[in-house]
Design a protein around this ligand. Structure first.
Ligand code: GRF
Length: 212
């Protein structure tokens, strides 16, 4: 089976991208990260790409005269890299319709809560974990979902819960959720690589590995 070519997008440190790269190195993931895209020149994600000899691509929509021009350059970079699937990992910009159309049902995002709780515009990073604690939740978690044209609203693919413990701070909670995130992304990507994903509207199923 050929390796699934994945482009990853991140605005921040890129620990989820690292978890994907590490799973590939361990031989647990039949994917190749063909491009790391970031809207932040000083992001950890771009640094990680360099360190791992993966093409890094910085692109900032503000530097383009029109959204169409931005779409064209980004789509071209994705196509040139041979992208088959896009994995968003802490990318803070909304994905534009042209990209969604070109990669329909082939764009994933990871979110550090059990969506639809604590998602949507402006809900990212520590804000999510603070909101979970402020609400008094006993359970939170991580979600991997398909990406549509709204923030955090596409159909879920994988969700895993994490208990909120007495005395948790947003940092301790974030750490435990992140650990789960790092296991979930490789699982989701491997299911795509093995063509075990079935999409029926919002019902997205992963078939077990042994009955393909
Ligand atoms: C993760 O918590 C992810 O769920 C969210 O942004 C964070 C990115 O972290 N979308 P990292 O850059 O992968 O370390």
């Amino acid at each position: 089976m050929g390796h699934l070519k994945v482009a990853t997008f991140a605005s921040g440190r890129g620990s989820n991208i690292l978890s994907i790269i590490d799973a590939i190195k361990r031989g647990e993931l039949s994917c190749q990260v063909v491009l790391v895209v970031s809207d932040k020149l000083d992001s950890g994600a771009l640094k990680l790409a360099e360190e791992n000899d993966i093409p890094a691509f910085f692109i900032d929509q503000q530097q383009f005269d029109s959204p169409d021009a931005f779409d064209l350059v980004l789509l071209n970079a994705l196509e040139e890299a041979g992208t088959e699937l896009i994995a968003l990992a802490g990318y803070l910009k909304k994905i534009r319709p042209a990209i969604i159309q070109s990669y329909r049902n082939r764009i994933l995002n990871i979110h550090p809560s059990l969506l639809p709780a604590f998602g949507g515009k402006g809900m990212y990073g520590m804000k999510v974990h603070k909101a979970v604690l402020d609400y008094g939740c006993k359970v939170t978690g991580a979600t991997i979902h398909l990406v549509d044209d709204q923030y955090d609203s596409g159909a879920p693919l994988l969700q895993e819960s994490v208990a909120v413990l007495a005395g948790d701070s947003h940092e301790t909670l974030a750490q435990r959720v992140l650990k789960v995130e790092h296991a979930l992304y490789p699982r989701a990507l491997q299911a795509f690589a093995e063509k075990r994903i079935e999409i029926h509207g919002r019902q997205v199923c992963i078939k077990p590995a042994n009955i393909q």
